[in-house]
Design a protein. Structure first.
Length: 101
């Protein structure tokens, strides 16, 4: 998986490309750590436009990111969740935990 990060207007955007699975753990955690370390960041968007697969470990990583954000008063939004990715998030009831678009 590849990750691109951008920041603008208090929002960190983490763009994911490829398979989001356990092998992505270090990259994803580093991206989240960098976003949460920036005091100007008030929210984080995780962009799934380039993700073609995610597994249960990816869901766990998202939950950890949500907990980390909540502990510092921030929100995590999941964007561009389409196709299989959107279905997996829906089945896992992530719409009750995250804003998904």
């Amino acid at each position: 998986m590849q990750i691109q990060q951008t920041r603008a207007n208090g929002l960190a955007r983490i763009e994911l490309n490829g398979r989001f699975d356990f092998s992505s753990h270090r990259l994803f955690r580093s991206a989240c750590d960098a976003a949460f370390a920036d005091a100007e960041v008030k929210g984080v968007e995780i962009d799934f436009a380039g993700v073609d697969y995610l597994d249960s470990s990816a869901l766990g990583m998202l939950l950890l990111a949500r907990e980390r954000a909540a502990s510092s008063g921030r929100q995590v939004e999941l964007v561009n969740c389409r196709g299989t990715v959107g279905e997996v998030l829906y089945i896992a009831n992530f719409s009750k935990l995250f804003t998904i678009s």
